[in-house]
Structure formats: C-alpha cells, structure tokens
Design a protein around this ligand. Structure first.
Ligand code: 1CP
Length: 356
C-alpha cells in the first residue's frame, strides 16, 4: 500500500504494476449530472465554489458517496491559471466560460502578471486539497490537475469556448514567437501549481490538453508536446529536489491520435485516450511502455444499463482484461444530462469484468 491509502489500485496501475482489477474513475465525475451538485451550485457562483475549500471538498466527495470509485479528482477548473495570470474569467450557467477581455494581439500580453506568486494566487486549491484529504481519510487517491498550455492559450485568446478555435490558431501562424512566450508563461506557472498540489496531498496529477485535436501534427509537435513534456519533467525534478513524493503523471491530449508514439516517449506515466482511439492499436503504438487510461464514448451512457455493461466489458477486454497498465475511464467527461445510475452501471461493469 502507498502510505496511508486503503485503496491504491490507481497508483499501482499508473506505475505499471499488475492489479487485481482495473481501477476506475471518470472525468467530470463531480458535476452537473448529480442533483446534489446542482443543490450546492444553486447557492454559489462556480468560481466561489472552487475558492471555498469546504464547498470544493464537499462536491469532490459527492460522487464517492454514490459510487465505489477508485479515485476522486479535486473540484476546480483549468481556467484558474488564466485567472492567476491576471485575467477575468466568468462562468456563465448553461453557456460556459467567458473572458470579458481576451488576448487580441500580443500587445495584450502586457496586461498579464509575469510570474505570479502561486501560493498567493492559487493557495485556495491547496486548501481544498487538504480539506478533501481530511475527509477522504485514505479511502482512495486524490487526483490533482491543470490544463495543457495550448488549451489554456486557446481560451485566453478566444475569450471562451469555440467551434473552430480560429483566433487562437491564427496566433500560431501570425505570432509564432509570442505564442511560444505565452505558452511557456502558462507552463511555468502550471509547474509550480502542480508541485503545490502534491505538497497539499495530491497523489497523482493529470494535464488536460483538451484541444490538442484542433492542431495539425506539425503544430502539436511545436506548440503542445514540448510544453507538456516540460511540465512533466520539471514537476518531477522539483518534487524530487524538495523531498516530496514523485507522483505519477497523466497526459490527456484529446484528439492527438497522431502523436501516440511521441507521447509514449514523453515523461508521462499514463496516456489518456479519447473514444476515437482503438485500445489494441493504442497498446501496439505505445509499445506497452505506458499505462493507458480510457476510453468509453461518454454517449454510451445514454444507452440502457445492459448496453452500458456490454460496451464497458468489451472495452476492458480490448485493453487486455484490466489487470495491468490500465485505468478505466471514459474518453471524455460526464455530460450534464447523463443519469447517475448509468455511471453506476459503467463502474460496476468495469470492476466486475476486470476481476474475472
Ligand atoms: O469531477 C471533475 O472532473 C470536476 C473538476 C473539473 C475538471 C477536471 C471541472 C469542473 N472542470 C475540469 C477541467 C476542464 N475545464 C477542462 C478539461 C477537461 C475537459 O476537456 O472537459 C476544460 C476544457 C474546462 C473548461 C470548462 N470549464 C468548460 C468547457 C467549455 C468548453 O469550451 O466546452 C466548462 C463548461 C467549464 C465549467 C465547469 N468546470 C467544472 C464543472 C463542473 C463545470 C460546469 C460549470 C457550472 O456548474 O456552471
């Protein structure tokens, strides 16, 4: 067992060890599909929830009270990094994130805070992690996270979500030097932020490069992969230098199927796969060097519980049975209109079929 954890399946799978069965958690497991989350959300603005440790811990714990999950992920958002860099971000219910003053040209980067103090700007996340760890009392590992630099740059330039990401992609062609400057500014703060999450108690870290699939393979190799690698290698070096646990790290580069071989050479321990990637193909292309995480189509949760059980068991089989180098998850997060008991059916099917 790892330290005081009663269930360390996720950490053992992440480190490449054999497990009795597949550990399972899902992205956005704390969120709007849970009535108890919506009840809390009624009383608070989204970022107030993130900034209030007791509330963030409460919603982090909610899915674990319903389901026998093998991990929880700290309730926060990837957009706390742009906030720490001095940008205003609002979360509009039913619409998503909105930046009233996005970065229009590189001139606008002057408004950003260079090298913000991570403890002063993001200390509330550490407090939320400490409070969650107290409530967890060693039940399961706690996942810390941040956004990938390209994904965060995309929000900062677009001013919110986008269908085409044309403004952010235009930057890469019009302002290549300044784009890299911005990306490294984001990455360097993310490194310190992740180290602080481990200091507070995070047992494993995930970097969400959710909009990797918008990039060409050439741009991924220039504007995403080197920064993702910089984050993992620097976090691990800093953790070791500070005498903290060098925790496993996961990269979820959604849509970057063309980069699987490169990700297999990166300093990450776990590669998250979206639902478009075939498990067997992913195992072959990563050469068994990494633990794989994923990747059921979240829309499968709209099927009957029997269908979900069938799809989930088939997924586990395709990943080799679930007893080695595998973490079960979906290929993206829960949707607000998913039914909680359908997530329960997914978890039961994974845990049952991988135990055989
Ligand atoms: O259980 C959990 O996963 C909760 C913690 C969590 C995480 C890991 C939240 C809460 N957000 C995230 C990461 C996150 N945020 C990502 C990466 C994962 C992914 O690809 O989904 C991204 C892209 C965001 C940005 C974001 N925040 C969006 C997407 C907008 C778009 O462009 O499509 C949205 C809608 C949010 C708000 C948000 N974050 C989290 C929740 C529960 C919500 C809903 C907000 C609300 O209650 O109003």
């Amino acid at each position: 067992m790892t330290n005081e954890l009663k269930n360390d399946l996720l950490l053992r799978a992440a480190r490449g060890e054999q497990t009795e069965r597949a550990p399972v958690w899902v992205m956005r497991q704390a969120g709007r599909y849970l009535p108890e989350f919506m009840e809390v959300r009624k009383s608070y603005d989204f970022f107030t929830m993130c900034r209030t440790p007791k509330v963030a811990a409460e919603v982090t714990m909610q899915p674990l009270r319903r389901f026998p999950l093998d991990a929880v992920i700290i309730f926060s958002d990837i957009l706390v990094i742009p906030q720490a860099l001095g940008m205003t971000v609002e979360m509009i219910p039913g619409k998503g994130p909105h930046f009233p003053e996005p970065l229009i040209t590189p001139e606008c980067m002057k408004k950003l805070t260079a090298k913000p103090d991570v403890k002063a700007t993001l200390g509330y996340v550490s407090e939320a992690i400490k409070e969650t760890k107290r409530q967890l009392d060693g039940q399961v590992p706690l996942i810390g996270f941040c956004g990938g630099p390209w994904t965060l740059m995309a929000y900062m330039v677009e001013g919110g979500g986008s269908k085409t990401f044309s403004k952010a992609k235009a930057w890469l062609y019009k302002y290549p030097v300044e784009s890299l400057e911005l990306l490294y500014m984001i990455a360097d703060l993310s490194i310190d932020y992740l180290v602080e999450q481990v200091r507070a108690g995070a047992n494993i870290l995930q970097v969400f490069e959710s909009w990797a699939g918008e990039l060409t393979p050439v741009h991924f190799a220039k504007y995403s992969l080197p920064l993702l690698s910089h984050i993992a290698s620097s976090v691990k070096t800093k953790l070791a230098a500070e005498g903290l646990t060098v925790v496993p790290m996961t990269v979820f580069a959604k849509g970057a199927h063309y980069a699987l071989e490169d990700l297999a050479e990166s300093p990450y321990d776990v590669i998250g796969l979206d639902w478009t990637m075939d498990p067997k193909e992913a195992i072959r292309r990563t050469g068994g060097k990494k633990t794989l995480q994923g990747n059921m189509d979240p829309c499968a949760l709209y099927g009957s519980t029997e269908t979900i059980a069938e799809v989930a068991s088939d997924m586990v089989a395709r990943f080799g049975g679930g007893k080695g180098r595998y973490i079960a998850n979906m290929g993206h997060g829960m949707n607000p209109d998913h039914q909680p008991d359908h997530l329960g059916a997914f978890i039961a099917a994974v845990q049952g079929s991988s135990s055989k």
